[in-house]
Design a protein around this ligand. Structure first.
Ligand code: HEM
Length: 121
């Protein structure tokens, strides 16, 4: 596999993750209890997104030859990735709050992008 393959998988994961978050959060904010295939769509896209982000991220790291001594920005992204996993229960429990939860997820996702692009540490 090429570096480009892993990067596209990574970005596709980002789309899946926020598709799932968005669906689950907006329905919860609207006070709608989703069931059956709609619920599966929300949770499955969130889970697949996390998986694609992780495979794509580590795939790129391997291609960059940075698997051994992981730089600080990668550690930061792994922490954000872990939070995105826990974030689904936050959406489930506190999704009715709407904007504060949306803002938190968007700020964290954007921070993960800044870490990879600017590599501040
Ligand atoms: C929620 C979690 C994450 C988000 C939102 C995210 C987002 C992004 C974005 C937007 C880019 C920029 C792609 C580009 O240059 O066009 C990127 C690149 C990258 N990410 Fe992530 N990422 C996440 C998690 C991770 C994790 C867990 C790892 C490592 C295991 C990782 C490793 C990388 C690497 C190696 C790059 C490429 C850096 C380069 O081109 O020099 N990311 N990520």
């Amino acid at each position: 596999m090429t570096f480009e393959f892993y990067k596209i998988l990574h970005l596709s994961g980002l789309i899946f993750l926020f598709f799932g978050f968005g669906g689950l959060l907006v329905t919860s904010y609207a006070g709608v209890t989703i069931k059956g295939p709609a619920k599966i769509m929300g949770f499955a896209t969130h889970g697949l997104g996390l998986l694609f982000l992780l495979i794509g991220g580590f795939g790129m790291l391997a291609k960059l030859g940075q698997m051994g001594q992981m730089p600080g920005w990668v550690i930061g992204k792994i922490v954000i990735w872990l939070f995105m996993g826990v974030g689904i229960s936050l959406v489930k429990r506190k999704g009715h709050l709407g904007w504060p939860i949306a803002t938190l997820l968007i700020v964290l996702g954007t921070t993960a992008a800044v870490l990879a692009i600017n590599k501040p540490f």
